[in-house]
Design a protein around this ligand. Structure first.
Ligand SMILES: Cc1cc2nc3c(=O)[nH]c(=O)nc-3n(C[C@H](O)[C@H](O)[C@H](O)COP(=O)(O)O)c2cc1C
Length: 311
C-alpha cells in the first residue's frame, strides 16, 4: 500500500512537498503540471516547477517527486518527458484531468478523455521515449461529462505501457466538490491489471479505510486533505501499522505555517507570502477551529511581516 501526495498547482510546491514529506507517510509526490506546447522546454522551466531536480528528484527527506506533464502532442510530450528524465526525474506522470477551459480548448488535460485513442498515443510515445526503469503513469478523471469511457480510458493507458494510473473519482463536469465516486474506481480496478491509485475526498483515516474498502485499490493519492491535515499520511501509516500516534495539535500546525512563511522571506515578496499563509489557513479551517480564529485575525493584513506576531 502506498500513499502519494497529489499535484496541486499553486498550492503544493517544493516547500509544501518538503514540509509534508518530512512529517512522513508519503512514498512519492507528483509535481505541479508542466505545460508542453510545441518545443522542448528550457531546463529552467523544469527546475522552477521541481527544484528537487537539483537533488536527484527527491525532497530533502528522500521522497521521489514525479514530474507531471500536460499536453496533447505525443511527440512533444515524449521529447519533454525524455528531457525531464535526463534532468533526474524519477518518474513521469501525464495529466489527463485538468478541467481548465483554456487548457481543454487546446485539446489537453480532461478534454483528451473524450477519445481513448488519444490517451493511448500520448502514453505510448512517452513510454517509448523514456528509459524502461523510469515509471510512466497517467492521472485521469472518470470522464469529461460522463463516465461512459472511464474503463476504456484506463485500458488505453494500460495497453500503451503505462505503469500505473491515478484516477480522480470525478468527471470534469463534477468539478471538485461533487462527492467522489469511489465505486467507479472499483470497476476500473477490476478491469485493469496495472495498479490503480485511488484519488478524491480522502480527508481522514476513516475516509482512507472506506475508500480502500469500496474501491479495492491498495494505493491512494491525497490532495486537499494533505493540506488540511498536514500529518494525514502519517496518521494513516500509523493506523495501518498499529502504531500509537497522537495527531498534530494546532500549536504544531501553526508552527509549520510560521516556518513556511520564514522559509519564503529570502526570495518571495512579503505580500505573496501573506497570500500563501491565508491560502493554507483556508484549507486548515476545515479541521482546526483555531485556524478560523487565526484567519479572522490576519485577513485584513497585507503581508507576512504584519502577520508574524498574530501567528
Ligand atoms: C488548487 C488545485 C490545484 C490542482 N492542480 C493539479 C495539477 O497540477 N495536476 C493534477 O493532475 N491535478 C491537480 N489538481 C487535482 C488534485 O491533484 C486532485 O486530483 C483533486 O484535488 C482530488 O483529490 P482530493 O479530493 O484529495 O483533493 C489540483 C486540485 C486543486 C484543488
Amino acid at each position: 500500500m502506498k500513499i502519494m501526495l497529489a499535484p496541486m498547482e499553486g498550492v503544493v510546491d517544493s516547500r509544501m512537498r518538503g514540509m509534508l514529506t518530512k512529517i512522513g507517510g508519503y512514498q512519492s509526490c507528483v509535481s505541479e503540471f508542466i505545460r508542453v506546447t510545441d518545443r522542448v522546454l528550457p531546463v529552467k522551466v523544469f527546475h522552477r516547477l521541481s527544484p528537487e531536480l537539483n537533488d536527484g528528484g527527491m525532497t530533502p527527506v528522500g521522497t521521489p517527486v514525479i514530474i507531471q506533464l500536460l499536453g496533447g502532442n505525443p511527440e512533444m510530450m515524449a521529447a519533454n518527458a525524455n528531457k525531464a528524465v535526463e534532468l533526474g526525474a524519477p518518474g513521469i506522470d501525464i495529466n489527463f484531468g485538468c478541467p481548465s477551459r483554456l487548457v481543454n480548448r487546446k485539446q489537453c488535460g480532461a478534454a483528451l478523455l473524450k477519445n481513448p485513442a488519444d490517451l493511448h498515443d500520448i502514453v505510448k510515445a512517452v513510454r517509448r521515449a523514456v528509459v524502461p526503469h523510469i515509471p510512466v503513469s497517467a492521472k485521469l478523471r472518470l470522464g469529461y461529462d460522463n463516465t461512459d469511457l472511464a474503463v476504456d480510458n484506463a485500458l488505453a493507458v494500460q495497453e500503451a505501457g503505462g505503469d500505473f494510473i491515478t484516477v480522480h473519482a470525478r468527471t470534469r463536469a463534477d468539478g471538485y466538490n461533487f462527492p467522489a465516486r469511489w465505486e467507479w474506481l472499483a470497476r476500473i480496478n477490476e478491469s485493469t491489471s496495472i495498479s490503480v491509485v485511488a484519488n478524491g475526498d480522502i480527508n481522514s483515516v476513516e475516509d482512507y479505510l472506506r475508500c480502500r474498502q469500496i474501491s479495492g485499490c491498495d494505493d491512494v493519492m491525497i490532495g486537499r486533505g494533505a493540506i488540511a491535515v498536514p500529518d494525514l499520511a502519517k496518521q494513516i501509516k500509523c493506523q495501518q501499522q498499529d502504531v500509537v500516534y497522537a495527531p498534530m495539535v494546532w500549536g504544531e500546525v501553526c508552527h509549520l505555517l510560521f516556518q513556511m512563511g520564514i522559509s519564503m522571506e529570502e526570495d518571495v515578496q512579503d505580500k505573496h507570502i501573506g497570500m500563501r499563509i491565508k491560502q493554507w489557513l483556508v484549507y486548515l479551517k476545515r479541521d482546526y477551529i483555531e485556524a478560523q480564529h487565526c484567519f479572522n485575525r490576519i485577513r485584513k493584513m497585507s503581508g507576512f511581516a504584519e502577520m508574524k506576531n498574530a501567528l
